[in-house]
Ligand binder design. Structure first.
Ligand code: SF4
Length: 72
């Protein structure tokens, strides 16, 4: 079985729904970019494209390199 690709490195590129848990998830989500939009594809959920923003997810596991939440 081939190894899973590493999660995408954090970038300063804008992402949709920055508050979404997906951006900090070890799943790892994939970013599908079209000319007009960016979609977040989840490799774990059957529906593949969860309704955004994901604020609660039973499958969420924090990515090792995830940035902590900014203080509120
Ligand atoms: S497991 Fe949940 S939090 Fe992680 S990428 Fe999929 S939908 Fe987002």
């Amino acid at each position: 079985m081939p190894a899973q690709p590493p999660p995408p490195a954090p970038t300063d590129a804008p992402v949709p729904f920055p508050e979404s848990l997906c951006h900090r998830c070890a799943a790892p989500p994939q970013y599908v970019r079209t000319s007009r939009s960016v979609f977040i594809l989840c490799p774990l959920l059957p529906e593949r494209y969860p309704r955004q923003p994901v604020l609660d997810c039973d499958l969420f596991r924090p990515r090792r390199d995830a940035r902590p939440d900014p203080p509120s």
